[in-house]
Design a protein around this ligand. Structure first.
Ligand SMILES: [Ca+2]
Ligand SMILES: [Ca+2]
Length: 247
Protein backbone atom coordinates (compact mmCIF):
# COMPACT_ATOMS: atom_id res chain seq x y z
CA UNK A 1 0.00 0.00 0.00
CA UNK A 2 2.65 2.55 1.01
CA UNK A 3 4.81 1.61 -1.95
CA UNK A 4 1.96 2.35 -4.42
CA UNK A 5 1.33 5.80 -2.91
CA UNK A 6 5.02 6.76 -3.23
CA UNK A 7 5.13 5.87 -6.93
CA UNK A 8 2.07 7.98 -7.68
CA UNK A 9 3.71 10.92 -5.93
CA UNK A 10 6.89 10.65 -8.01
CA UNK A 11 4.84 10.50 -11.18
CA UNK A 12 3.14 13.74 -10.28
CA UNK A 13 6.47 15.55 -9.70
CA UNK A 14 7.91 14.31 -13.00
CA UNK A 15 4.82 15.45 -14.90
CA UNK A 16 5.06 18.92 -13.39
CA UNK A 17 8.74 19.20 -14.27
CA UNK A 18 8.21 18.07 -17.87
CA UNK A 19 5.48 20.69 -18.32
CA UNK A 20 7.73 23.43 -16.94
CA UNK A 21 5.31 24.35 -14.17
CA UNK A 22 7.21 25.98 -11.31
CA UNK A 23 6.67 24.39 -7.94
CA UNK A 24 7.70 27.44 -5.99
CA UNK A 25 11.41 26.61 -5.85
CA UNK A 26 12.14 26.96 -9.61
CA UNK A 27 11.67 30.70 -10.05
CA UNK A 28 15.34 31.38 -10.86
CA UNK A 29 15.45 28.63 -13.48
CA UNK A 30 12.27 29.86 -15.16
CA UNK A 31 13.59 33.42 -15.29
CA UNK A 32 16.84 32.32 -16.95
CA UNK A 33 15.04 30.11 -19.46
CA UNK A 34 12.82 33.00 -20.55
CA UNK A 35 15.90 34.91 -21.73
CA UNK A 36 17.53 32.07 -23.68
CA UNK A 37 17.37 33.05 -27.31
CA UNK A 38 18.56 29.97 -29.13
CA UNK A 39 21.39 31.36 -31.29
CA UNK A 40 23.76 28.44 -31.85
CA UNK A 41 26.53 28.93 -34.41
CA UNK A 42 27.39 26.31 -37.01
CA UNK A 43 31.03 25.26 -37.27
CA UNK A 44 32.02 28.20 -39.49
CA UNK A 45 29.74 30.77 -37.83
CA UNK A 46 29.65 32.87 -34.68
CA UNK A 47 26.72 34.06 -32.57
CA UNK A 48 26.72 37.44 -30.85
CA UNK A 49 24.67 38.18 -27.74
CA UNK A 50 23.66 41.28 -25.82
CA UNK A 51 23.73 39.30 -22.56
CA UNK A 52 27.00 39.12 -20.65
CA UNK A 53 26.67 35.31 -20.55
CA UNK A 54 26.83 33.31 -23.80
CA UNK A 55 23.30 32.27 -24.80
CA UNK A 56 21.44 35.12 -23.11
CA UNK A 57 19.88 38.26 -24.49
CA UNK A 58 19.14 39.42 -28.03
CA UNK A 59 21.38 37.59 -30.48
CA UNK A 60 22.35 37.13 -34.10
CA UNK A 61 24.23 34.33 -35.85
CA UNK A 62 26.76 35.55 -38.41
CA UNK A 63 28.13 33.73 -41.45
CA UNK A 64 31.82 33.98 -42.34
CA UNK A 65 32.57 37.42 -43.69
CA UNK A 66 33.14 41.04 -42.81
CA UNK A 67 30.80 43.32 -40.88
CA UNK A 68 32.12 46.91 -41.03
CA UNK A 69 29.43 48.65 -38.94
CA UNK A 70 26.82 47.88 -36.28
CA UNK A 71 23.97 47.95 -38.76
CA UNK A 72 25.64 45.14 -40.74
CA UNK A 73 25.72 42.67 -37.84
CA UNK A 74 22.14 43.24 -36.81
CA UNK A 75 22.50 44.30 -33.17
CA UNK A 76 22.91 47.88 -31.97
CA UNK A 77 26.36 49.40 -31.95
CA UNK A 78 28.19 48.95 -28.61
CA UNK A 79 25.80 46.30 -27.28
CA UNK A 80 27.56 42.91 -27.67
CA UNK A 81 28.65 41.39 -24.35
CA UNK A 82 29.23 37.74 -25.29
CA UNK A 83 30.16 35.66 -28.33
CA UNK A 84 29.79 31.96 -29.16
CA UNK A 85 32.38 30.76 -31.66
CA UNK A 86 31.88 27.79 -34.01
CA UNK A 87 34.55 25.11 -33.82
CA UNK A 88 36.26 26.09 -37.09
CA UNK A 89 35.69 29.85 -36.76
CA UNK A 90 37.17 32.80 -34.96
CA UNK A 91 35.72 36.22 -34.20
CA UNK A 92 37.71 39.43 -34.56
CA UNK A 93 36.02 42.32 -32.76
CA UNK A 94 36.96 45.98 -33.16
CA UNK A 95 36.00 48.84 -30.90
CA UNK A 96 35.43 51.17 -33.85
CA UNK A 97 33.72 51.04 -37.24
CA UNK A 98 35.59 49.76 -40.27
CA UNK A 99 38.07 47.50 -38.38
CA UNK A 100 39.67 50.28 -36.36
CA UNK A 101 40.74 50.71 -32.74
CA UNK A 102 41.47 47.97 -30.16
CA UNK A 103 41.12 44.47 -31.66
CA UNK A 104 40.01 41.33 -29.80
CA UNK A 105 40.48 37.88 -31.37
CA UNK A 106 38.21 35.17 -29.92
CA UNK A 107 38.69 31.46 -30.64
CA UNK A 108 36.31 30.16 -27.97
CA UNK A 109 33.02 31.13 -26.35
CA UNK A 110 33.56 34.29 -24.34
CA UNK A 111 31.31 36.31 -22.02
CA UNK A 112 31.75 39.46 -19.99
CA UNK A 113 32.96 41.56 -22.92
CA UNK A 114 32.99 45.34 -22.66
CA UNK A 115 30.02 46.36 -24.86
CA UNK A 116 31.96 48.50 -27.32
CA UNK A 117 32.10 46.41 -30.52
CA UNK A 118 31.44 48.36 -33.72
CA UNK A 119 32.84 46.09 -36.44
CA UNK A 120 33.45 42.34 -36.70
CA UNK A 121 35.26 39.82 -38.85
CA UNK A 122 34.08 36.19 -38.89
CA UNK A 123 37.08 34.22 -40.09
CA UNK A 124 38.37 30.67 -40.29
CA UNK A 125 40.12 29.74 -37.09
CA UNK A 126 43.16 28.80 -39.17
CA UNK A 127 43.46 32.33 -40.65
CA UNK A 128 45.80 33.53 -37.90
CA UNK A 129 47.75 35.87 -40.18
CA UNK A 130 48.83 37.92 -37.16
CA UNK A 131 51.23 35.08 -36.28
CA UNK A 132 54.70 35.43 -37.80
CA UNK A 133 54.71 31.70 -38.62
CA UNK A 134 51.39 31.76 -40.51
CA UNK A 135 51.55 30.05 -43.92
CA UNK A 136 48.46 30.19 -46.15
CA UNK A 137 47.22 26.90 -47.59
CA UNK A 138 46.30 26.20 -51.18
CA UNK A 139 43.69 28.70 -52.36
CA UNK A 140 44.48 31.24 -49.64
CA UNK A 141 46.05 34.72 -49.88
CA UNK A 142 47.03 36.65 -46.75
CA UNK A 143 47.10 40.44 -47.16
CA UNK A 144 49.01 42.81 -44.87
CA UNK A 145 49.04 46.52 -44.20
CA UNK A 146 52.76 46.36 -43.39
CA UNK A 147 55.59 45.15 -45.65
CA UNK A 148 57.27 41.81 -45.00
CA UNK A 149 54.03 40.12 -43.91
CA UNK A 150 54.22 41.79 -40.52
CA UNK A 151 50.88 41.05 -38.88
CA UNK A 152 52.31 40.91 -35.37
CA UNK A 153 52.35 44.63 -34.66
CA UNK A 154 48.74 45.80 -34.89
CA UNK A 155 48.51 49.25 -33.31
CA UNK A 156 45.03 49.98 -31.89
CA UNK A 157 45.73 53.71 -31.71
CA UNK A 158 46.60 54.13 -35.36
CA UNK A 159 44.67 51.09 -36.66
CA UNK A 160 47.78 50.15 -38.63
CA UNK A 161 49.38 46.72 -39.07
CA UNK A 162 46.23 44.69 -39.71
CA UNK A 163 45.91 41.61 -41.93
CA UNK A 164 43.23 39.27 -43.29
CA UNK A 165 43.07 36.10 -45.40
CA UNK A 166 40.91 35.61 -48.50
CA UNK A 167 40.21 32.23 -50.11
CA UNK A 168 39.43 31.10 -53.64
CA UNK A 169 36.17 29.51 -52.44
CA UNK A 170 34.92 32.47 -50.37
CA UNK A 171 32.08 34.62 -51.72
CA UNK A 172 31.73 38.23 -50.55
CA UNK A 173 28.46 38.29 -48.63
CA UNK A 174 27.68 41.95 -49.44
CA UNK A 175 28.78 42.08 -53.09
CA UNK A 176 28.47 38.49 -54.32
CA UNK A 177 30.34 38.36 -57.61
CA UNK A 178 31.51 34.75 -57.62
CA UNK A 179 33.87 32.63 -55.57
CA UNK A 180 37.27 34.15 -54.93
CA UNK A 181 36.20 37.63 -56.08
CA UNK A 182 36.46 40.48 -53.58
CA UNK A 183 35.10 43.69 -55.09
CA UNK A 184 35.97 46.18 -52.35
CA UNK A 185 37.99 46.25 -49.12
CA UNK A 186 35.41 47.23 -46.52
CA UNK A 187 32.81 44.58 -47.34
CA UNK A 188 34.80 41.85 -49.09
CA UNK A 189 38.27 41.55 -47.54
CA UNK A 190 37.86 43.16 -44.15
CA UNK A 191 40.47 45.91 -44.37
CA UNK A 192 40.20 49.61 -44.96
CA UNK A 193 40.99 50.87 -48.46
CA UNK A 194 44.47 51.38 -49.91
CA UNK A 195 46.44 49.60 -47.16
CA UNK A 196 48.04 46.52 -48.70
CA UNK A 197 51.84 46.49 -48.65
CA UNK A 198 52.60 42.74 -48.77
CA UNK A 199 50.87 39.43 -49.49
CA UNK A 200 51.55 35.76 -48.78
CA UNK A 201 50.29 33.54 -51.59
CA UNK A 202 49.44 29.89 -50.86
CA UNK A 203 50.85 27.05 -52.96
CA UNK A 204 49.29 26.60 -56.42
CA UNK A 205 47.41 29.85 -55.90
CA UNK A 206 47.24 33.14 -57.80
CA UNK A 207 46.34 36.55 -56.38
CA UNK A 208 45.11 39.16 -58.87
CA UNK A 209 45.27 42.63 -57.31
CA UNK A 210 43.46 45.65 -58.75
CA UNK A 211 44.18 49.27 -57.92
CA UNK A 212 40.49 50.21 -58.01
CA UNK A 213 37.29 48.64 -56.68
CA UNK A 214 35.19 46.23 -58.74
CA UNK A 215 38.22 44.71 -60.46
CA UNK A 216 39.24 47.85 -62.35
CA UNK A 217 42.43 49.89 -62.68
CA UNK A 218 46.04 48.70 -62.81
CA UNK A 219 46.35 44.92 -62.35
CA UNK A 220 49.10 42.97 -60.57
CA UNK A 221 49.15 39.18 -60.89
CA UNK A 222 51.15 37.30 -58.23
CA UNK A 223 51.89 33.57 -58.16
CA UNK A 224 54.28 33.82 -55.22
CA UNK A 225 54.45 35.86 -52.05
CA UNK A 226 55.45 39.52 -52.38
CA UNK A 227 57.00 41.29 -49.37
CA UNK A 228 56.83 44.89 -50.68
CA UNK A 229 54.17 46.16 -53.08
CA UNK A 230 56.20 49.37 -53.31
CA UNK A 231 58.49 47.55 -55.75
CA UNK A 232 55.60 46.56 -58.06
CA UNK A 233 53.95 48.57 -60.82
CA UNK A 234 50.64 48.65 -58.90
CA UNK A 235 52.44 50.43 -56.04
CA UNK A 236 52.23 50.51 -52.25
CA UNK A 237 48.88 51.08 -50.48
CA UNK A 238 46.74 51.07 -53.60
CA UNK A 239 44.83 47.76 -53.77
CA UNK A 240 41.03 48.09 -53.75
CA UNK A 241 39.83 44.74 -55.15
CA UNK A 242 41.25 41.20 -55.34
CA UNK A 243 40.65 37.93 -57.15
CA UNK A 244 42.01 34.60 -55.88
CA UNK A 245 42.23 31.53 -58.08
CA UNK A 246 43.56 28.04 -57.54
CA UNK A 247 43.36 25.08 -59.92
CA1 LIG B 1 50.29 49.53 -46.02
CA1 LIG C 1 42.85 51.92 -54.61
Amino acid sequence: MYKTVTLVGLGSVLALTACGIPDGGDSDVVAVQSKVTGCVPGASQISIFQGSVVGLGECRTLNPGFYPTGTTFGLPNDSIQSVSVGQSARAVLFRDDHYFGPRTILTMNTGGLVPNTSSIRVERNSDNCQSSTYAPGTGAVAIYDFPNYDGTAYDPNTGRGDCTVVHNDDVCIWVPSGAGRFANPDQCFGLRNDLISSAKIGPNTTGIFHRDANFTGIVQVLHTSQPDFGTLSIGDNTVSSIEVTSP
